[in-house]
Design a protein around this ligand. Sequence first.
Ligand SMILES: [Ca+2]
Ligand SMILES: [Ca+2]
Length: 258
Amino acid sequence: MKIQVKTHAILLYSLLGLAILWGPTASADPVDAVADLVLGQPHLTGQPHLFSNTANYGGVSASSLHGPREVAVDAAGNVYVADTSNHRVLVYLDPQNTDTVADLVLGKPNFITSKCKIDFVVDKVVSVIGSSSASTLCLPFGVVVDAAGNVYVADGNNRVLEYHTPLTTDTVADVVLGQPNFTSNTANNGGVSASSLYGPHGVAVDTAGNVYVADLYNNRVLVYDGFLDLTPMPTCAGYDDPCATPLALKKKPNDQFH
Ligand SMILES: [Ca+2]
Ligand SMILES: [Ca+2]
């Protein structure tokens, strides 16, 4: 299956010759370059083309999207969308066989909340204003899921959050990269180092669980080996929480950062 992102919609192209069931009347769909399913926009049954591309069509909901930047899929066909301008990640449980309504949200307490206050200077995020925590997201640009179902999100708080199997546990992040705790969001916190991030956008994970982060404004990619051995950090409810346990990264002796 190939996935393509277009404006405010996620279009799923089935290249496997599988019939996509839609609505009460299922029909075999030929393998072609026409999308078979859409997330974030109403599906126009019977229409050869999808006409709508409105941001948050019908209002912010579990069925709307606004400026999605990245999409990931796990082995069970669950789809994870970085709904960037809604400051959340939506998870759709096997949308090819169920429906196109998101079933889980990361970064927001519900499906109708979408706010995050940000300072921009020439299209560059200067700072995120407001509460940063293990339960919030602001401008999530990248999302990826590993083979065990752990989800990694790069967000505008100059960090990457890791959620331990959120489909079966909770939607509170368990590990943070790029910040000493869940409440801070300073770019290059403590200076440019192996523990800092500045505008991370892309995140990837390999089969061994090593995590790769495209650290945009630092012009580098950081690799965190042994990531799954990291001790989850205590979560913080707010700025006043004494939640500053440093994250002990496992680094090899010859690791160098310039
Ligand atoms: Ca659903
Ligand atoms: Ca968790």
